[in-house]
Design a protein around this ligand. Structure first.
Ligand SMILES: Nc1ncnc2c1ncn2[C@@H]1O[C@H](COP(=O)(O)OP(=O)(O)O)[C@@H](O)[C@H]1O
Ligand SMILES: [Mg+2]
Length: 222
């Protein structure tokens, strides 16, 4: 099986403050890994480096065997940022519009028909058990439902790697437990690999295959 992510001796600093130190990590295709760390540990920075949004001081980041700086298959990767998980639900859009966003470029290039786009949106919504909400406005949903819609957006278009930054932000205990259940279903399919970032160790342990902690710039497997 190929490695979705492989990281070797990654070091990153903001100015003279070192946030990540000689970090090594790998994620196999189909595997779901969680990274736990306190606020400010460098978790979001780590994801931004993986996405090529920041440049490492030194070390190597490979996505599906290709150097992140030369990587072009970004349609294989989906990312839900920390701020979009905690975003208020006032954004004026329907569930269908939100979930179809990552598919729009294929539609524009005529690589995807309108019917197939709709089918794909429905498939993604079915995976998060939100199919019946396709015509709802986002501001008519509960926090947990919005989270599910974000996940459906991340799943639309069959990505190979899903990066989620703090998906339980703002959720109560029951809704967080519902998300566990959902992740279990996704993991069992083994169709995507996932990297889930959270400050909540307890939740991560029940939601992914293995958990690492990020502390003082060092990643350690629990
Ligand atoms: N653009 C930036 N410039 C300088 N320091 C930053 C910047 N972004 C984040 N930091 C600092 O880097 C550390 C890691 O931040 P971050 O990756 O957001 O942590 P986490 O996501 O684990 O809460 C924190 O101490 C934060 O204050
Ligand atoms: Mg963060």
């Amino acid at each position: 099986m190929q490695e979705a992510v492989q990281i070797c001796d990654l070091t990153f600093s903001y100015g003279n403050i070192q946030v990540l130190r000689k970090l090594n990590f790998s994620l196999q295709e189909g595997e779901w890994i969680g990274i736990q760390g306190a606020n400010g540990a460098g978790k979001s920075t780590f994801l931004h480096l993986l996405l090529g949004l920041k440049r490492a001081d030194s070390g190597e980041i490979l996505l599906f065997g290709q150097d992140v700086e030369k990587f072009t298959d970004w349609e294989w990767v989906s990312f839900v940022s920390q701020s979009s998980f905690s975003r208020r639900t006032q954004f004026p859009a329907s569930v269908e519009e939100i979930v179809s966003m990552p598919l729009q470029w294929r539609r524009k290039k005529r690589l995807l028909s309108k019917e197939n786009m709709k089918r794909e949106v429905k498939r993604a919504l079915r995976l998060v058990q939100m199919e019946d909400f396709i015509h709802r406005q986002l501001n008519q949903l509960s926090g947990g439902q919005v989270q599910r819609v974000q996940l459906a957006q991340a799943l639309a278009g069959h990505p190979k790697l899903i990066l989620l930054d703090e998906p339980t932000t703002g959720l109560d205990k029951e809704t967080t437990a519902e998300l566990d259940h959902l992740f279990e279903g996704l993991r069992r399919r083994r169709e995507e690999s996932g990297l889930v970032i959270s400050h909540d160790l307890h939740w991560l342990k029940s939601s992914v295959d293995s958990v690492y902690t990020l502390d003082k710039g060092v990643l350690e497997r629990l």
